[in-house]
Design a binder for this molecule. Structure first.
Ligand code: UD1
Ligand code: MG
Length: 453
């Protein structure tokens, strides 16, 4: 039978050290709120019910948590009285009846779902309580895990630890899995007679032991337990997350010339044999088809890039840019809400917005789709195989037919039918010998000025 597990995620901290106008768990890592990473990990471990202990931004935090596809019940902790007190805010949800209650911290987004399922597995195998620990490079500030004969006997907080206990580097990572039926009674037994006068969740370990329960510790990598208290820690989390993602992406068959300079989002999808040059940023909602090349210094978000397409260097693809197979968007081009047909080329210094460009069309350097009249946006439609001469302005709404040809420097305001040539510039006029006459006149002015001095 499927086990019923509840995650109680603590996210009520004031996060004063973040010096932010919003809850720290709403800050993004890989362009996804920290709290969504945590609920997504729970979901991947088979937990789809979450009691979220919130303080500030309750609604937004609950909404972000639910984005991972889990059922979230926000419970408010209006006074911070410690982690044990925080978990008890979820009393009613816990009372619904679960096999396991797993307490997680909402500000640690790198947790591996495997560690959560391992904890649930250990419960199935007979442990009454399972605590996830890690070996800290610097254990200062963490609760120390006291392990005797393979069982966890207590967690001692830094402030209560003896000098001897402070030497222990096996620390509490904050993820505690307990029996759902015992949880409320264990939590109710926590007192606040300690150095901080807080209700320490960690006391459940010795309480469970005193009642004859078996408590074990599992170890996870320290990096998985990283939390977020300051902007510096947020940056460290981002760096770790990016490193992991880069590695995964490379192992899936993508070449990154200089991995440390390429930034992905949580949902970036990159096909096989894609080549990504240095300094490329992927915002949310990007997918790149097989064999595409993303040249250096490109900034891409909300875009779909077809197989074998080429982007950049220095390209900006904004939301709604959809590049067909084998198409090209070259240097200093910006594309927004536009379909670029298969094999079409937008190679230099161009803005394409609110447009459809047919297959194999060629958009000359400096072309601008004038999509905005100051109030409304309008569309430009360019047919297959059309040729737009350099430095043309296409004033939308406007349509250019298949195979049409726009002379360079034109300002197009009316429909151009298929295979027509459209020109809007004044005809060229050549005056033989006139240049040397002008030059001689200028030289004479210069000589006269010199004499006057
Ligand atoms: C806690 C653990 C410690 C562990 C460390 C790991 C306790 C008593 N100690 O210490 O053993 O090594 O985490 O990082 O649990 N929170 C609330 N409401 C509260 C208090 C806290 O929601 O009343 C939330 C915080 O927002 C935070 C989490 O619980 O996300 C942990 O609280 P924090 O104050 O950071 O605990 P630590 O002292 O770091
Ligand atoms: Mg902490």
């Amino acid at each position: 039978m499927q086990r019923k597990s509840l995650a109680v995620i603590l996210a009520a901290g004031d996060a004063t050290r973040m010096k932010s106008s919003m809850s720290k768990v709403l800050h993004p890592v890989g362009n996804l709120p920290i709290i969504t990473h945590v609920t997504a990990a729970a979901k991947s471990a088979g937990i789809d019910r979450v009691a979220l202990v919130v303080g500030r931004d309750a609604e937004k935090v609950a909404e972000a948590g639910a984005k991972a596809g889990v059922e979230v019940t926000p419970v408010l902790q209006s006074e911070r009285k410690g982690t044990g007190h925080a978990v008890l805010m979820a009393r009613e949800v816990i009372a619904e009846g679960y096999d396991d209650v797993i307490v997680l911290y909402g500000d640690a987004p790198l947790i591996d779902p495997k560690s959560l399922s391992d904890a649930i597995e250990a419960r199935k195998e007979g442990a009454d309580m399972v605590v996830l620990g890690f070996t800290a490079v610097d254990p200062t500030g963490y609760g120390r895990m006291i392990v005797e004969n393979g069982e966890l006997t207590a967690i001692v907080e830094e402030k209560e630890a003896t000098d001897e206990q402070k030497k222990i580097d096996f620390c509490n990572g904050g993820i505690i899995t307990m029996d759902g039926g015992d949880a409320i009674s264990l939590l109710d037994a926590i007192g606040n007679d300690n150095a901080k006068g807080e209700y320490y969740l960690t006391d459940v370990v010795s309480i469970c032991r005193a009642r004859g329960g078996k408590v074990i510790a599992l170890e996870a990598p320290e990096a998985d337990m990283m939390g977020c208290n300051t902007r510096a820690e947020l940056a460290a989390l981002e760096a770790e997350w990016q490193d992991r993602r880069r590695r995964e992406i490379m192992l899936s068959g993508v070449t990154l010339c200089d991995p440390a300079t390429v930034y992905f989002s949580h949902d970036t999808e990159i096909g096989r044999d894609v080549l990504i040059e240095p300094s490329v940023w992927f915002g949310p909602g990007v997918s790149v088809g097989e064999g595409a090349v993303i040249h250096a210094f490109s900034h891409i978000e909300g875009a779909t890039i077809g197989e074998g397409a080429q982007v950049g260097p220095f390209a900006r693809l904004r939301p709604g840019a959809d590049l067909g197979e084998g198409s090209k968007v070259g240097n200093f081009c910006e594309v927004k809400k536009a379909d670029i047909g298969p094999g079409a080329k937008v190679n230099h210094l161009t803005y394409i917005g609110d447009a459809t460009i047919g297959a194999k069309a060629n958009i000359g350097a400096g072309t601008i789709t004038c999509n905005y009249d100051g109030v409304n946006k309008h569309r430009t439609v360019i047919g297959e195989g059309a040729f737009i001469g350099s430095n043309s302005s296409l004033v939308a709404p406007v349509e250019i037919g298949d195979g049409a040809y726009i002379g360079s420097g034109s300002v197009i305001t009316k429909t151009v039918e298929a295979d027509a040539l459209a020109l809007t510039r004044t005809p060229q006029e050549n005056r033989p010998g006139k240049a040397s006459i002008l030059r001689a006149r200028a030289e004479a002015v210069k000589a006269a000025r010199k004499q006057q001095k």
